[in-house]
Design a protein around this ligand. Structure first.
Ligand SMILES: *Cc1c(COP(=O)(O)O)cnc(C)c1O
Length: 393
């Protein structure tokens, strides 16, 4: 049974559908529509389409379905719906189940566009949103109410890498009957068992580790069959956030090597974090795999590893951080993460530029802070390169 396979086997064989030609690689069905044998069959399909019956690519497509099934198998979710980007997934997961008058509690440390949806869009439609410090369980307890419909969080925050105790937050949320929606990008589907820990809905930007090779945007929402088909699908199929079959095909190939890449990246991140501890040019080395990280225990218990991203604070503020970025020869300056290539980002002036200085300070995003997404290069080369770039600061 595919459900009993280990992750690596699921990632290579899960969800596959072969055409009459018996091809080895997953076929790409680049088609927007489907031909029916008869008018009666068309009518029947529109009345009640079966699992492997398709109508229109905005509703579903065989290659997209393969991707959905493969990732659902990996996550241990009953079902999944793939989207054009991670943000289409976050937006649909929230908007499809909220209405005016509902209350949402969310962790404050969020990816910028997630914050925008919660703070700017939902509130415009009469949803009340309370933000809390995600690592403070008492704050969650104080914020939830009987009318709280959704609890939203990123398991590991960007870029300061706080790890939220998902199991406890889920218990607090479920006590008031709220649905727990988790953006699990930083934790990755390799290390996190979010559903087992109590998440009801799990969202990924597939743009990150799942593609892992910098090629496409994609996203996915995972949950119970009931939630995916009754709540999410009607919203997504009518509002047009569908994933392209070509993207689904690239992401299927990305999934095949996901576990190998992410484990290699986490090994590299750990080696780099250890090597940089005590470096005189750095005032902070933040990595949840290091025992001095404030959420180390939770990371060990709930994520197994510290993930693939490190935050470093360069002594000397923005000017010193810029000198460090510009002196690196292997890691590229960009703003994606989870890629095979190591990527270095200066959050204050790029990904978190939109926030006020006050908001950044509250999240620990100082002008000297840089985010390093560790790739699959040899860790020795990365350590040597980072060390020479720090010497140059
Ligand atoms: C990148 C990212 C998103 C958005 O995904 P896109 O594919 O860029 O739309 C959402 N949440 C987190 C945590 C991310 O890192």
């Amino acid at each position: 049974m595919p459900q009993d396979w280990k992750k690596r086997t699921k990632l290579v064989h899960g969800g596959i559908r072969r055409s009459q030609y018996g091809e080895v690689a997953e076929p790409i069905f680049l088609t927007q529509g489907f031909v029916y044998d008869s008018a009666e069959q068309a009518m029947q399909r529109f009345e009640d389409a079966g699992d492997d019956e398709f109508i229109y690519a905005r509703y579903g497509n065989p290659t997209v379905r393969m991707f959905e099934e493969r990732i659902a198998l990996l996550e241990g979710a009953e079902d999944a719906f793939a989207t054009a980007s991670g943000m289409a997934a976050v937006n649909a997961a929230l908007v499809s189940m909220l209405k005016a008058g509902d209350h949402v509690v969310s962790a404050r440390a969020l990816f910028g566009s997630c914050l925008y949806i919660l703070e700017e869009i939902l509130t415009r439609y009469g949803v009340e949103v309370t933000f809390v410090d995600g690592t403070d369980l008492d704050a969650w307890r104080a914020a939830v109410r009987p009318d709280t419909k959704v609890v939203f969080l990123e398991t590991m925050s960007n870029p300061t890498l706080e790890v939220i105790d998902l199991k406890s937050v889920a218990e607090i949320a479920h006590d008031v009957g709220a649905t727990v929606i988790v953006d699990n990008v930083f934790a990755t589907p390799v290390f996190s068992q979010a559903i087992e820990l109590g998440a009801d809905v799990v969202v990924y930007s597939a743009t990150k580790h799942i593609d892992g090779q910098g090629r496409v945007l994609g996203g996915v929402v995972l949950g119970t069959r009931e939630y995916i088909r009754k709540t999410l699908e009607p919203y997504l199929k009518h509002t047009g956030g569908a994933m392209s079959p070509f993207t689904a095909w690239l992401l299927l190939k990305g999934l095949e090597t996901l576990e190998l890449r992410v484990r290699a990246q986490a090994d590299g991140a750990m080696a780099i974090a250890e090597a940089l501890q005590g470096n005189p040019k750095l005032t902070r080395v933040v990595y949840p795999g290091l025992p001095d990280h404030p959420n180390f225990e939770i990371a060990q218990e709930q994520l197994e590893r510290g993930g693939t991203v490190i935050a470093l604070e360069v002594d000397g503020g923005q000017a010193a951080a810029f000198r460090f970025l510009n002196a690196l020869k292997i890691a590229v300056i960009s703003n994606n993460l989870g890629d095979a290539k190591s990527i270095i980002t200066h959050p204050t002036t790029t990904t978190h530029q939109r926030l006020t200085e006050e908001q950044r300070a509250e999240l620990g995003i100082t002008p000297g802070l840089v985010r390093l997404s560790v790739g699959i290069e040899d860790p020795d080369d990365l350590i040597a390169d980072i060390s020479q770039a720090l010497d140059a600061v």
